[in-house]
Design a protein around this ligand. Structure first.
Ligand code: SAH
Length: 463
């Protein structure tokens, strides 16, 4: 190990930065985040540093570097664009045993500055020992995506309860087990979901005499899995998928996405298969409640967004009445996913100022829609579950006044490697769709914006 990683307390200590450009500004930013007293020496300052100097947030000396500046400093950073000056600063600092960092020149550094993932008070420092700052940055980006942004809040909460937990569990082993449970259970999830107050109360309860079962109740995550491409999952969805004990999923969730769930999680299929009925809604809700009551972390994975034609609301009503902790994670709804991957903006200043999402589900063979609102000009209509009723939908819209030549798109299995897009006009598309034997899931988009597909299409499915 060439360098020893340490975390230095520099609150209010004088740190010298030589140089006034944007690189110096970056270093100044890092020092200020650690509450250092920053002194900048340079003949001129970039805009960012000037603002700080004007507000007296840094001390500024307008001059070239001079040896006397090193007096009484805790550390020094050389960030001038003159290699000779940087080297000179490094030599002088070394003679005085003053820690020195020369930007982009590890040879002249007695300390180097890592890439940082900041979840204050949690800090993760990454270094490649100067070998490849780009690699360090990439690594940082990966960690940023893995670690929930509210990790800091979690640490702060733990800090608040440290003494109380120590009093209740004097034995270190017990204490560690207690914290591990908290960190992997519903209380941590409450923090990630922004429910600070509930987390605080729940943590308090775990320490009280009577309530010892906070970690015995499970919880339910209602998660939107997006329209198909696994890359469109949210960070939170992926994290919950990798910690849930049991997963309930349905037909719309792509197998590649179900595969991303924790390997040993129990998987329960609750969707419709051919010749097999789906579990009725009440049974799914009951199942969620039952599993959570066994103390399990239950993931209900739904295609797209759970709150858009996904019956998400119905599924969690029972949970709420049974006081089971739950959270809802939005997903990219099929309308956005299909529109983006087909190069059809849903709104556009020249073509559409509004966009409506409707379901084309047939009830007793006909469509119960508010036709008046659908035929408004400069409006995009997005139809979920509309394939079966496509013919009826198109002829009804024409009958009510929409132009026969209004552009319409069918996007089958949008965002996946099997995506197929068919473009036509209201009067002719139903015929075309029969020719191509189009199958669900298919999204219908109607409106002038569909014309843009020709120029804005970018996604190239594999098949
Ligand atoms: N909650 C889901 C929608 C469920 S309704 C969401 O927010 O996306 C199911 C309908 O969504 C399908 O009938 C189809 O119209 C549409 N759909 C879902 N995934 C799709 C996909 N990958 N490609 C095209 N349409 C899709």
């Amino acid at each position: 190990m060439k360098y020893l990683p340490i975390f230095l307390e520099i609150t209010k200590t004088p740190c010298l930065v030589v140089g006034g450009g944007t690189v110096a500004a970056r270093k100044v930013g890092q020092l200020r985040r650690a509450n250092a007293k920053v002194i900048v020496v340079a003949p001129e300052l970039c805009r960012e540093l000037s603002v700080l100097a004007d507000k007296h947030l840094i001390q500024y000396k307008c001059s070239d570097f001079n040896e006397d500046e090193l007096q009484d400093k805790t550390l020094v950073i050389a960030a001038t664009d003159d290699a000779t000056v940087n080297k000179y600063i490094s030599e002088l600092a070394n003679q005085r045993n003053l820690p020195v960092n020369v930007v982009d020149n590890p040879e002249l550094c007695s300390f180097i500055m890592p890439s940082i993932v900041d979840r204050d008070p949690v800090q993760i420092a990454i270094s490649t020992g100067g070998a490849s700052p780009v690699l360090a940055r990439l690594l940082r980006a990966r960690l940023e995506s893995l670690i929930p942004s509210s990790y800091g809040n979690l640490a702060k909460l733990m800090q608040k309860f440290r003494t109380a937990v120590k009093a209740k569990y004097p034995d270190m082993q017990h204490r560690r087990r207690y914290w591990e449970k908290i960190l992997q259970g519903p209380i941590a999830e409450m923090i990630y979901a922004g429910q600070q107050e509930s987390a605080l109360n729940a943590l308090g309860k775990t320490l009280s005499e009577e309530a010892d079962d906070i970690n015995k109740t499970g919880e339910v995550y209602l998660v939107g899995a997006g329209p198909g491409d696994p890359d469109l999952l949210t960070f939170r969805a992926l994290r919950l998928m990798q910690q849930a004990d049991v997963v309930l999923y349905d037909r719309l969730v792509a197998p590649e996405i179900v595969d991303l769930c924790r390997k040993d999680a129990e998987r329960i299929y609750v969707g419709k298969k051919r010749n097999q009925h789906a579990l009725p809604q009440e049974e799914i809700s009951q199942l969620l409640v039952g599993l959570a009551k066994q103390g399990k972390r239950v993931l209900r994975l739904k295609g797209g967004d759970p709150f858009i034609f996904g019956r998400g609301g119905e599924e969690i009503e029972l949970l709420s009445s049974e006081n089971i902790p739950f959270q809802v994670i939005p997903g990219i709804t099929a309308a956005s996913g299909c529109a983006s991957y087909a190069g059809i903006p849903l709104t556009h200043r020249d073509y559409a100022h509004t966009c409506v999402f409707i379901t084309g589900h047939l009830k007793d063979g006909s469509m119960d829609l508010n036709w008046e609102t659908l035929i408004q000009p400069r409006q995009t209509i997005v139809v979920y579950m509309g394939l079966m009723g496509l013919e009826e939908l198109c002829s009804e819209l024409i009958l009510r006044g929409l132009s026969k030549t209004m552009p319409i798109a069918l996007i089958q299995r949008g965002t996946t490697s099997q995506q197929k897009v068919h473009i036509g006009e209201l009067a002719t598309l139903p015929g075309i769709s029969k020719l191509h034997d189009i199958k669900p899931p298919t999204m219908i988009i109607i409106g002038e914006v569909v014309k843009l597909h020709e120029t804005l299409s970018w996604f190239e499915p594999i098949e």
